[in-house]
Design a protein. Structure first.
Length: 316
């Protein structure tokens, strides 16, 4: 594995300025894609000590080729000069990150949410009601074996949609950039359907793999069938109450396909619990429980998974 290229400030083919928050695994993949495409981009970091001219990241792609990049960095609360703000961070970090930048955010700047779970759209609408906003969900697989090293583990696909759209010319330009950054990707008129589908997958696989300390594929065992069905059935009832035309068998099929496809992976929640980190449970099963209560739909199975993960978090 040899670093393929090293560059400090890439020649920008595109005039739009992109800011990527954080230095997580998906953020690293996005940075390397911006680098490869010659986009004008910077990383916004919370940690002041990392904001330096020689900041570098190594990205190992799916073919095990390693590229070293040196992105421009900026302290998150100082960032001003950008058109497109991508947040590939945990759902529970979104509100705090946007609040720390709020005084500098201009109404034309486009916000892109990219994380597991639901609930942040409501938060962004309240905090920045005038900003254009895209919500996205991706099945890209990546993790960080070391602080400055990102390893891609799977080729995924991305679903995107506008929550609040800007002028048509800006729509076209932004869609082109995001499509190039996250291929293959599809744009949806109503992204919330894709978000609920992904929420169902995460509400089943993530807590169960974390609680039982297993890989995703082990959920194929018969002993998990009942719990998987109950969890999905509650989400299906909520979706139906919200007027989505969805059948339990289709949700279960989707969940089982992901279990098969990612059989060898440890889910992100499994890794969070294993490494003693906070999980996204509030925005996954917690969101389901909150919606169920609002709509009068029973959410016993989701509540139980939520409680068990909370108990594991407390033990850390
Ligand atoms: O999104 C995932 C996660 O781990 O967070 C799945 C799809 C469950 C893959 O592991």
């Amino acid at each position: 594995m040899v670093p393929l290229s090293l560059s400090s400030d890439t020649q920008s083919k595109n005039s739009l300025k992109i800011a990527i928050i954080g230095q997580g695994a998906i953020g690293g993949l996005l940075a390397s894609q911006c680098h490869n495409l010659g986009y004008n981009y910077q990383l916004l970091l919370r940690n002041k000590t990392l904001v330096k001219p020689n900041f570098s990241l190594q990205i190992e792609d799916i073919r095990q080729q390693v590229t070293q990049i040196q992105p421009k960095t900026c302290q998150i609360d100082q960032a001003k000069n950008f058109d497109l703000l991508i947040l590939p961070i945990k759902a529970y970090q979104v509100l705090a990150a946007l609040k720390s930048m709020q005084k500098n955010i201009q109404p034309h700047q486009v916000i892109v949410l990219l994380h597991n779970g639901m609930g942040t759209i409501e938060q962004v609408k309240q905090l920045l009601p005038d900003n254009p906003c895209v919500a996205a969900t991706t099945s890209y697989g990546a993790f960080k074996p070391a602080p400055a090293y990102v390893k891609q583990t799977g080729l995924g696909e991305t679903h995107l949609g506008w929550i609040n759209s800007p002028e048509p010319e800006q729509v076209e330009e932004i869609e082109k950039i995001l499509t190039n950054l996250l291929p293959p990707s599809s744009w949806h008129q109503d992204i919330t359907i894709a978000l609920w589908n992904k929420l169902t997958i995460n509400a089943v696989i993530n807590p169960l793999t974390a609680i039982h300390n297993i890989k995703n594929g082990e959920l194929n065992e018969r002993k998990y069938t009942g719990e998987i069905e109950k969890t999905c059935s509650e989400i299906c009832s909520i979706m139906q109450q919200l007027n989505y035309s969805v059948q339990l068998k289709d949700l279960l099929k989707r969940v089982n396909q992901v279990i098969e496809k990612t059989a060898n992976n440890y889910s992100s929640m499994h890794q969070d619990i294993y490494h003693g980190r906070k999980t996204e449970i509030e925005y996954i099963n917690g969101y389901v429980v909150q919606k169920g209560k609002e709509l009068g739909v029973g959410v016993k199975a989701n509540q139980e998974l939520f409680n068990q993960i909370k108990a594991l978090e407390k033990k850390q």
